[in-house]
Design a protein around this ligand. Structure first.
Ligand SMILES: NC(=O)c1ccc[n+]([C@@H]2O[C@H](COP(=O)([O-])OP(=O)(O)OC[C@H]3O[C@@H](n4cnc5c(N)ncnc54)[C@H](OP(=O)(O)O)[C@@H]3O)[C@@H](O)[C@H]2O)c1
Length: 307
């Protein structure tokens, strides 16, 4: 039996509640873990709101929030390869999981061992923002010295993309509101404050002949404003807005498998995918953790330290 935080019907933050649940039985291809740290992501509140019903697997209520975690394997279901009881692992919750909880089940093919030297806090941020950054930059495939605009650089994915891009010797210009400047500049980004500056005018001053690539984390009007800054619209990769294809760009193709997790773990160990963790909340403070992300203007990664 363990505490979990979730919801029994779709809605706003008012439907969230703590409840006790028996440890889930790991099914075929699943591992039961004791959660050490859970990452907090925008998709968590979108699922709670019922805005993306196709992504929640039609699970019964109550549902536990959270899709990524690091923890210790307590038990294995059938057909689990490469993970043993006692391993420190990180990965994606399986359909019946939810990671804002003391124990949960992860999907074994979407779970990897944490490399020695990588903390559980760092590992818990890799499944979503870490592998997204890897996928987006792989798909841009820009050579060293190329210029990339990271639109929405101050959030969990944005700062991960920026760090990784700088590790690949790209020149990174990033947009965000005033409070994001310090974090962005600390990782080496040339920052444009969209609240105080004309993004397009400043970007054109910095990169007169257009950007080699754009990674967009904001979508909507903001994406449409910056899209003409790309030399080739094919080199616009959007992470949250599928309508990027209307502009000639691409929606990021995600790889959630163990191989990509292991790769992001190695990059974290090398320090090039080190997330900027700006808030660590206990499980009892999960409402505040998700509220920070739900307001749409959080900085870096927010995590919940469970154990
Ligand atoms: N496809 C996938 O697999 C996948 C994976 C991960 C994330 N996503 C999606 O990618 C998006 C970003 O995720 P995230 O985890 O980085 O979110 P996040 O941590 O909440 O960060 C979003 C950032 O965007 C900034 N922002 C908002 N409006 C902006 C604007 N007009 N210009 C520049 N920056 C702006 C926000 O702060 P400020 O406005 O204060 O600067 C915030 O820092 C979300 O839509 C998420 O659902 C998709």
């Amino acid at each position: 039996m363990g505490q979990a935080w979730g919801f029994s019907r779709y809605g706003g933050p008012e439907v969230q509640e703590f409840f006790d649940r028996p440890d889930p039985e790991p099914g075929r291809g699943e591992v039961l873990i004791r959660v050490t740290v859970a990452g907090v992501n925008p998709l968590d509140h979108l699922l709670r709101s019922g805005l993306v019903p196709g992504l929640d697997g039609g699970r019964p209520f109550p549902r536990v929030l959270g899709m990524e975690a690091a923890g210790i394997v307590l038990a294995r279901g059938e057909d689990v390869e490469g993970l043993e009881v006692g391993d420190a692992v990180f990965g994606f919750a399986s359909t019946g999981g939810g990671t804002y909880a003391e124990t949960t089940v992860l999907s074994a093919p979407n779970t990897a061992r944490i490399p020695a030297g990588v903390s559980a806090t760092v590992a818990a941020t890799l499944p979503v923002s870490g592998t997204t950054a890897v996928d987006a930059l792989d798909q841009l495939d820009l050579p060293a010295g190329a210029t990339v605009l990271v639109n929405g650089v101050g959030g969990g994915v944005g700062l991960a993309v920026a760090r990784l891009a700088i590790g690949r010797e790209l020149r990174v210009i990033g947009t965000g509101s005033t409070a994001k400047r310090e974090h962005a500049e600390a990782v080496g980004v040339r920052f444009i404050d969209y609240a105080a500056e004309n993004v397009v005018a400043v970007a054109r001053e910095l990169v007169a002949d257009g950007f080699d690539g754009i990674v967009d984390l904001v979508g909507g009007t903001s994406l449409r404003t910056v899209a003409p800054l790309a030399r080739d619209p094919h080199n616009i990769i959007a992470v949250g807005d599928m309508s990027v294809s209307d502009l000639g760009g691409r929606f990021v193709e995600r790889h959630l498998d163990r191989e990509n997790l292991e790769r992001s773990g190695r990059l974290a160990l090398e320090g090039v995918l080190a997330p900027v963790v700006t808030a660590v909340h206990p499980l009892s403070d999960a409402p505040a953790a998700l509220a920070t992300v739900e307001n749409g203007h959080s900085s870096g990664k927010v995590v919940i330290k469970v154990a």
